[in-house]
Design a protein around this ligand. Structure first.
Ligand SMILES: *Cc1c(COP(=O)(O)O)cnc(C)c1O
Length: 372
């Protein structure tokens, strides 16, 4: 029996009638681009996050790109971010003609280390782009303080963190803009691509709204050059059904994380467990162990039908596509160490106690035979 890294089928089964009804509603309406479903989903998401505006776009990548543009990021600007994230984060910066400027990460949270931000600020710095990796909020208090002092914009990458909280505030509404992804494996997954920009700023919302439809505020009148980046009506209708289940799904993820930690507690020292922080939305449950053991454990689990993943095996400053920026190996030692050590275990709300038991027993079995 296979235990997948995430299981869309298990999630669909109980909501299938509501999903089918939503799809039928869109087909019957004949409205596939923008329209009532997109508007309703935007309003529901804004209300759920407690933000003033939500603008649906084609993907999380586009959400980042359009949010950066709407916040005024231009060619020659610098944007401070983490090297330990999905590539889309820096792609969005590069597509604005700006330069991604990295700071190393905190080894416990794997999020950008706020203490390092001040030192890389230059007159060209225009924004900070924190990524709430794995579903764990960055230290937003510190980031907002630095941004305030230096008059920088803050664009939050919430692709892995929808439903996460910093203190009592939902991530996404803390900075100038928050960027959501509805890629199927995220906390709120569509049946295709989708994304959203959330903001409390009317002007930013208006700009993203124009950029997603060819730079036009009024049909066939174009104020700037924009993009075709709209959220599908079908995906919006599907996501409306799923959004109602999201609070319950996130509390299940939190429960699963504590079950994992309880079951693996005895291995601490050999394995580093993720801290059970309040407000963590647990898109991924990620343990750490030394390099040789990480790869051996991964193979051991694969052989037993347990899927795992490495998010991410190569820090972004070392990627071929980043060559032009001239970053060298050793520039961000904690990120480079972390890429060798992280291993994400199956994590989805439908994961059963039996499955968690099989996974944690398999890990204990590996530790016994691996002689670590
Ligand atoms: C998934 C992801 C994105 C991109 O989202 P898409 O919807 O796939 O374009 C951006 N940043 C992070 C951190 C992600 O995990």
């Amino acid at each position: 029996m296979i235990i997948p890294i995430f299981d869309p089928g298990a999630q669909l089964a109980p909501i299938r009638p509501a999903i089918d009804a939503a799809i039928k509603r869109v087909l019957d309406s004949g409205q596939f681009i923008m329209g009532a479903e997109v508007k309703a989903f935007e309003e529901e998401m804004a209300a759920w996050l407690g933000v003033k505006h939500a603008v649906g776009v084609a993907s999380g990548t586009d959400a980042l790109h359009l949010a950066l543009l709407a916040c005024g990021i231009q060619p020659g600007d610098e944007v401070i971010t983490t090297p330990f994230t999905f590539f889309a984060t820096v792609e969005a910066i590069i597509h604005c003609g700006a330069k991604p400027v990295f700071v190393d990460i905190n080894p416990v949270t794997c999020n950008m280390d706020n203490h390092l931000i001040q030192a890389v600020i230059t007159p060209k710095t225009k924004a900070i782009l924190p990524v709430h990796l794995y579903g764990h909020s960055c230290d937003m208090g510190g980031i907002m303080d630095i941004a305030g002092e230096h008059d920088l914009k803050v664009i939050e990458d919430c692709a892995q963190a929808l439903g996460a909280r910093y203190m009592d505030a939902p991530v996404g509404g803390i900075g100038d803009a928050g960027c959501l992804s509805f890629f199927p494996s995220k906390n709120l997954g569509a049946y295709g691509d989708g994304g959203m920009v959330v903001t409390n700023n009317q002007e930013t919302a208006d700009k993203v709204n124009a950029l997603r439809k060819h730079g036009s505020f009024r049909t066939y009148y174009h104020d700037t050059t924009g993009f075709n980046s709209r959220l599908d009506a079908l995906q919006a209708a599907i996501l409306r059904v799923k959004l109602r289940r999201l609070p319950e799904w996130i509390s299940k993820r939190q429960k699963i994380a504590s079950m994992y930690n309880a079951a693996l507690h005895s291995l601490e020292g050999l394995i580093t467990l993720p801290p059970l922080t309040d407000g963590h939305a647990w898109n991924y449950y990620t343990i750490r162990l030394n390099h040789l053991n990480r790869d051996a454990l991964r193979m051991f689990l694969t052989d037993r039908g347990i899927q795992t993943a490495v998010y991410y095996p190569l820090s972004l400053h070392l990627q071929q596509a980043m060559k032009e920026f001239g970053y060298q190996p050793g520039a961000f030692p904690i990120a480079e160490q972390t890429q060798l050590e992280v291993l994400s275990l199956p994590m989805y709300p439908e994961l059963t106690e039996d499955q968690i038991h099989s996974i944690t027993e398999a890990i204990k079995g590996f530790i016994k035979v691996a002689n670590v």
